[in-house]
Design a protein around this ligand. Structure first.
Ligand code: SF4
Ligand code: SF4
Length: 146
C-alpha cells in the first residue's frame, strides 16, 4: 500500500484533528458518517422509473450511478457522531464503517459518475436513454432490412 497521503477533494471543510488510527481521517469532517448509500437495481421499465422518481420528492434523497451501478443516497447524520463529528463507538464501530477507509472513500475519490438531485434531472436522463435505445433499435432494424 502507498504511504503517500492522498489529497482531499476541493472545497472540503477541514475539521480539527481527531484521535484516530487512520491518519487520512484525522482532519476529515466525517463525510462518510453523513450519508447513507443504498445499492439498488437499475430501473428497467416505466413503473420502476416512476418509483425511483418518487424518491426524489424528499430533499434529503439523491440518486446516483457509479460504474453502471445505481444507488439511492440519503443525507443524514449517524447517531453515533458527537458534536465534534467524532465517532463515539470508534473502537466498536460496525464492520461496514471499519471497512470503509481512505483512499477509497468520499473524501478522496470522485465517487459517482452521475448524480441526480431532482425529479426533473432524472426524468431527463430516462428520456434521453429512451431516445438512445430507440435510435439504436431503428438502426438495427434498418441494417436488417438491407
Ligand atoms: S473514511 Fe474518508 S470520508 Fe470517512 S472519515 Fe475517513 S477520510 Fe473522511
Ligand atoms: S458508527 Fe461511527 S464510524 Fe460508523 S457511521 Fe456512525 S459515526 Fe461513523
Amino acid at each position: 500500500m502507498s504511504t503517500k497521503r492522498p489529497k482531499p477533494r476541493k472545497n472540503e471543510p477541514v475539521f480539527e484533528e481527531r484521535d484516530t488510527d487512520i491518519v487520512e481521517c484525522g482532519d476529515c469532517p466525517a463525510t462518510c458518517c453523513h450519508n447513507l448509500s443504498i445499492t439498488i437495481l437499475k430501473p428497467t421499465n416505466r413503473h420502476e422509473e416512476q418509483e425511483l422518481l418518487w424518491h426524489l420528492n424528499y430533499d434529503t434523497v439523491r440518486v446516483y450511478i457509479q460504474n453502471k451501478r445505481w444507488h439511492v443516497y440519503v443525507k443524514g447524520r449517524c447517531m453515533y457522531l458527537n458534536d465534534k463529528n467524532l465517532c463515539t463507538i470508534y473502537d466498536n464501530r460496525f464492520d461496514k464503517c471499519r471497512n470503509h477507509m481512505p483512499p477509497s472513500c468520499e473524501r478522496f475519490t470522485t465517487w459517482y459518475d452521475k448524480m441526480f438531485t431532482t425529479r426533473e434531472e432524472l426524468q431527463k436522463y430516462f428520456d434521453s436513454e429512451r431516445r438512445k435505445r430507440s435510435r439504436k433499435r431503428a438502426k438495427q432494424k434498418a441494417a436488417k432490412a438491407k
